[in-house]
Design a binder for this molecule. Structure first.
Ligand SMILES: Cc1ncc(COP(=O)(O)O)c(C=O)c1O
Length: 367
């Protein structure tokens, strides 16, 4: 069986470091919001190229608390895309605000920044670009427009640790940014985790309160807050893994280059490379009109692939109340029917990758 994602080979390689990290926490006498969280927050923020990081318990909470920290709430609108993970949208809805979608660029499957201006109105409180699959949204255009209208930008970086745009890392191109450390992510833990990064000290301080019941001092709430803390254990593990992040990304990019080269002469549409960006290849997303038949055939050969995402959010029952209908975002809806991603993770060995490529080529010839 060749899985679309697997962590076991990586774990085998890093086992000693991970166990050391766990042991260090368990014998420290301090389990919540201690030195490991502080060290991981400052190290990860520095990796991104910003000043502050606040560890929270998931990427979803990172988005939700980031929106709360800039005052997004009832009556506000947040511009984002329908081709994203449900949590991007659920975080907006949880604040009481309304997501306003724009369609995607059919080459990148990311927010089409040419459509942004038409979606901005007096209620727009935030623009939320999603750097999906390891590639960044066209931030040049987006930032210029956000500045012109005085609207803060929150980047959803759950899938783009270490990705770059015009030389800047994801997370360093806006007022604040949300990351997930869910196990499958480019920097993934062995459980849930997330972080908000920012250069703004007052947003940073607000986030420290929001994740800790609204408190600065124990037992005294300065404002309404939540409980959303990154565990010491996960922080200690992630701190070790952060040392390998560039290695992980280089391996992903090397795997992508092999796919690019060996699948170039097939009818698949391969991932577009924005010349202004550096793709971190969280996913290697291909496109073909007979996607479902290809997936079924690959499964017969014990090769699993992934579809991110099969259903645009505006067409889901859970978000019907937003008032959108099928047909509203043609590029998003067309891509959802045709995209799929091939196995991609640092522990994927070349022999397994070549097997995927060989089978896929055979299937494509027989279609
Ligand atoms: C684009 C995107 N945003 C947000 C999230 C939410 O992250 P988490 O699963 O850590 O809550 C995810 C991950 O599932 C994601 O892929």
């Amino acid at each position: 069986m060749i899985k679309v994602w697997d962590y076991l080979r990586e774990y085998e390689k890093e086992k000693n470091e991970i166990h050391e990290a766990i042991e260090q926490v368990l014998t420290s006498g301090w389990l919540i919001l201690g030195q490991q969280v502080k060290d991981f927050e400052s190290s990860f923020a520095a990796y991104c190229g910003v000043s502050y990081g606040v560890g929270v318990n998931s990427g979803t909470d990172a988005l939700f608390l980031a929106l709360k920290a800039i005052g997004v709430g009832s009556g506000d609108e947040v511009i984002t895309v329908s081709n994203t993970a449900v949590p991007t949208v659920s975080a907006i809805v949880s604040t009481g605000a309304v997501p306003r979608f724009v369609d995607i660029d059919p080459r990148t499957y990311l927010m089409d920044t040419d459509l942004l201006e038409g979606a901005i109105n007096k209620n727009t409180k935030c623009i939320l670009p999603v750097h999906l699959y390891g590639q960044c949204v066209n931030m040049g255009k987006l930032t210029a427009l956000a500045e012109k209208h005085g609207i803060p930008v929150l980047e959803d970086c759950a899938q783009s640790h270490g990705a770059e745009y015009q030389g800047k890392r994801a997370g360093a191109m806006s007022a604040l940014a949300a990351f997930s450390f869910y196990p499958t992510k480019i920097l993934g833990g062995y459980g849930d985790g997330g972080m908000v990064v920012t250069d703004d000290e007052s947003i940073y301080k607000k986030l420290l309160r929001l994740r800790f019941y609204g408190m600065e001092k124990t037992y005294y709430a300065l404002e309404h807050g939540y409980n959303s803390r990154l565990d010491e254990l996960h922080a200690a593990i992630l701190l070790k893994k952060l040392d390998h992040l560039n290695e992980y990304i280089n391996r992903r990019r090397a795997l992508a280059a092999i796919y690019d080269e060996m699948l170039a002469d097939t009818p698949l549409t391969l991932p577009f490379r924005d010349p202004d960006g550096r793709h971190a290849f969280y996913l290697y997303v291909c496109r073909h009109a007979r996607r479902d038949a290809i997936i079924a055939k690959l499964a017969e050969h014990n090769i699993s692939v992934n579809v991110s995402y099969p259903w645009p959010i505006h067409t889901m029952e859970g978000y019907r109340s937003l008032g959108y209908a099928a047909g509203d975002f043609p590029h998003t809806e067309a891509a959802a029917k045709e995209i799929f991603s091939l196995p991609m993770y640092p522990g994927l060995d070349t022999a397994a990758q070549l097997q995927v490529i060989e089978r896929l080529k055979e299937i494509l010839k027989q279609l």
